[in-house]
Ligand binder design. Sequence first.
Ligand code: NAD
Length: 293
Amino acid sequence: MKIGFIGLGIMGKPMSKNLMKAGYSLVVCDRNQAAVDDVVAAGAKSAATAKAVAAECDVIITMLPNSPNVKEAVLGKDGVMEGAKAGTVIIDMSSIAPLASREIYAEVEKKGVDMLDAPVSGGEPKAIDGTLSVMVGGKKAVFDKYYDIMKAMAGSVVYTGEIGAGNVTKLANQVIVALNIAAMSEALILATKAGVNPELVYQAIRGGLAGSTVLDAKAPMVLNRNFKPGFRIDLHIKDLQNALDTSHEIGTSLPLTAAVMEMMQALRADGHGTSDHSALACYYEKLAKTEIK
Ligand code: NAD
């Protein structure tokens, strides 16, 4: 089966390579020629536009930054819908607003094209290992039919409901991750300021109830002063904005998410937008005039 893959960034590049390792033929496209060249060298064919990708493939995967990028690549000029035929399926694996997923689906459905929203969690290391967690919205029958394609990039692929449900699940994930990193930062600054070695605090608590995947991934980064992304503050701001917008649309509130969003906004203003989200620790360090070490 020939699969189109649009968006070969930090995540899309290793994900596309894992699809080829699983035996699928790929036609790829990205605005960044260096990324295209890299994936072509691994065996893919390239196309100049999303329209040209869609003309050759029955399944199109998109892995783009945010809602406007996906709308442009799918519905815009030279986009997927200009080349797609009825029966094509779009699997959007980007993390975007659930409302945008539903809007895009409403448009593509008019032309007999189906869609799953299938964002991922796990970051670059799990994209490389092929052990991402995928959370999927759309028709169950379409999910079942394309499960194997998603599983070629993932450790788990879970159906969460109708179109948009994948991205609602991803927003829940992003709220938990952001609040965990903030909690970890708050705890490590407390330990440091109180004169206890934060490395020993981390080692002592990681096996107990405070232990978590987030703690194990991010505490070592803070302790080693390594804020190379990983997952950029800018992208997490995008996700928290989508979470806050979605919560306001449905009449609920996310007070802790709003607080962490403001910390991330302050970090971006301070030049940390392209740092890993573990740089939330730097916000606390500035308040406490203390470095976690
Ligand atoms: P990225 O910025 O590294 O890659 C995005 C790619 O899309 C770039 O190569 C860019 O050139 C390309 N692009 C943008 N618009 C395009 C268009 N119209 N046509 C063709 N190419 C286009 O982003 P990323 O880190 O790979 O993230 C992609 C998505 O995955 C985001 O929604 C992000 O939130 C999500 N995500 C990222 C991570 C992570 O750790 N990086 C983890 C989980 C989920």
